[in-house]
Design a protein. Structure first.
Ligand code: ADP
Ligand code: MG
Length: 575
């Protein structure tokens, strides 16, 4: 919690202002009962109307100042806590942007979303409370006790009974309620999970007729949350009546013992009425303080979740003295590279070595799960190698800045991702200053110009969220065009042709070979047809290199490759 509040540095003047305002407000709160006692003693008892009007006006004025201070303090307080929220949100966002994929895997995207939204809202809400109560409640309570003591010291003994009773009641209720409050958070997470799975899996759920099942699952989670909430509220419902009872009992006690003292003449009525008011002030502020104890643990949990994200040291960082890219053409080399995913038992890649030269096409083939995408993801440093090294033009990629490294790579991921915006906007993700001609040319090479031309607004057509209004193959072609716009030294195509029919696949690769004449091209594929004509084929088998060579060589020497080829040929012949 404290770590989170370190972000409030820029708000120190605001906080000072709040402290002053609250201080004034506490003083007015404490002053009012004294004025009241004067009115009772001098005005009412002696029937002095002008004194009542004069003193009453003063009371109104003092109360007005108090109210103004309270309103101003809570306005500034809201501004501070909202400011804190926005600082935290942008910090988390920036931090997540720097995460390597390893750190993403570690958290999972759904909790990163709740941490950026829900948890920060929790912190914000509690901060408002803390700002308003932290100072006001104890100051008023202590001031009240002192002033009450000055009115009548023996009546103060009543507090010695009432306050411990109050603490016990609140403690009893809280020890039951706080664990339930914590459970509520977990159950909310559960509902979020079910909901999210439903939204992303809607097609599967419909296709497999699982709607009823999903409804039940949601109802279970929802009922669970409801019943916990009801139990929390049943317990909390006790709080107010019990506290009111205590307060009234205390006032009766004060009047009871106070009136005997008035009879004997050792206490005047004004002092008694002031005393009663102090007593309620003290009690109310004790209640406020105990309320804070409910909310702080909830915010504490949220703050821990937020700092957990903020304190991750991203393991992929730029070197202190980065090596400038020596002039080269994108000569890519893997030297004995091994890699293992977080918590995985088996290495995803073991001792992979190969060369990919500019002007040549290097293909990687292997069955699903053989580590092809893993290998592709290592090149732009989405993950760092565990052993060995990856070199571009003889420089270890860990010695370059990430920006420099990635500017040299045109990466087409296995899952085509497009962003909300026009097709042109999406193409300019490849290179911001690309001209319209370059974009159109790239689309032609990627065999995307035909279907884009058929769209009503051509290249200015708006793509909805992630390109929902496109087919898988269309998205793949646009994402290939986006990499082409970049004109990088190294192209990495991770299974980027899988959603294309054989004819488009062949046409695209033919057009591509002209375009990428001087670049290093790495094509990951599962289809033999896609890789057959490559200058070099690397066969991956369970993370190890089973063979490297041209198609004809591998047919002779590599058993794994022969198996892949024969399985696919028979499939195609059957088709
Ligand atoms: P391919 O692209 O050849 O189908 P991948 O490189 O995607 O294979 O996966 C290789 C292996 O690594 C698989 O066994 C897979 O289960 C595992 N794997 C892939 N991604 C992750 C990940 N993010 N975390 C843990 N294991 C992973
Ligand atoms: Mg893959």
């Amino acid at each position: 919690m404290l770590k989170v509040y370190r972000n409030l540095k820029g708000y120190i003047p605001h906080i000072c202002a709040i402290v002053v305002l609250i201080f004034i407000q506490v003083l007015t709160d404490l002053y009012l009962p004294t004025l009241m006692s004067d009115i009772v003693n001098t005005g009412i008892m002696k029937n002095d109307v002008s004194f009542i009007i004069h003193e009453g006006g003063l009371m109104l004025g003092v109360a007005g100042i108090g109210i103004a201070c309270a309103i101003l303090a809570s306005l500034i307080g809201s501004r501070v806590s909202i400011g804190l929220g926005s600082i935290l949100r942008s910090k988390i966002f920036r931090q997540i942007e720097r995460f390597s994929l390893r750190e993403f895997d570690q958290f999972g995207s759904s909790t990163l979303v709740t941490r950026t939204t829900n948890d920060i809202v929790q912190i914000q809400t509690v901060t408002v409370l803390i700002i308003n109560m932290m100072l006001r409640a104890p100051l008023t309570a202590i001031g009240g006790i002192i002033l009450a003591y000055r009115q009548d010291s023996s009546l103060t003994l009543i507090f010695a009974v009432a306050l411990p009773a109050l603490v016990i009641v609140v403690a009893l209720i809280m020890t039951r309620a706080i664990p339930l409050f914590k459970k509520v958070q977990g159950k909310l997470d559960k509902i979020n999970l079910v909901l999210r799975e439903n939204l992303t899996g809607i097609r599967v759920i419909r296709a497999f007729n699982r709607i009823n099942h999903e409804e039940k699952r949601f109802d279970t989670a929802s009922n669970d949350l409801t019943s916990t909430y009801i139990r929390v509220n049943q317990i909390m419902a006790f709080l107010m009546p019990v506290l009111m009872l205590l307060m009234n009992a205390m006032q009766i006690a004060i009047i009871w013992f106070g009136s005997t003292r008035v009879d004997t003449g050792s206490l005047n009525i004004g002092a008694l009425s002031a005393f009663i008011q102090y007593a309620s002030l003290i009690l109310i502020n004790f209640i406020m303080m105990s309320m804070m104890f409910i909310f702080i643990p909830r915010a504490q949990a949220a703050a821990e979740r937020v700092t957990e994200v903020l304190e991750v040291k991203p393991d992929i960082v730029d070197p202190e003295s980065p090596q400038k890219s020596v002039t080269g053409n994108g000569y890519l080399e893997f030297r004995n590279v091994s890699f293992r995913y977080n918590g995985a038992e088996r290495s995803a890649l073991t001792g992979v070595s190969f060369l990919a030269k500019p002007g040549e096409t290097t293909a990687i083939i292997g069955s699903t799960g053989s580590g092809k995408s893993t290998l592709a993801n290592l090149i732009p440093r989405f993950y760092d190698v565990e052993n060995g090294e990856i070199l571009i033009d003889g420089v270890d990629i860990r010695k370059m800045t990430q920006e420099n490294l990635r500017s040299r790579i045109g990466f087409v991921p296995q899952k085509a991702i497009l962003f909300t915006g026009t097709i042109k906007d999406n193409m300019r993700y490849g290179r911001e200053n690309a001209t319209d001609e370059e974009i159109i040319h790239a689309a032609q090479v990627a065999q995307a110009s035909d279907f884009v031309g058929e769209m009503k607004n051509g290249y200015d057509t708006l793509l909805s969220e992630g390109g929902l209004n496109l087919s898988g193959g269309q998205k793949q072609r646009l994402s290939i065009a986006r990499a082409l716009v970049r004109r990088p030294e190294i192209y990495v195509f991770d299974d980027s042709f899988s959603a294309l029919d054989f004819k488009t696949d062949a046409k695209l690769r033919a057009a591509l070979s002209n375009e990428t004449e001087n670049s290093t091209v790495l094509i990951v594929a599962q289809r033999v047809g896609t890789v057959m004509s490559a200058d070099r084929i690397i066969v991956l088998d369970e993370g190890t290199v089973a063979g490297i060579g041209k198609h004809e060589e591998l047919m002779k020497t590599c058993e794994v490759y022969r198996e892949i080829v024969s399985s696919q040929l028979s499939e195609e012949e059957l088709a």
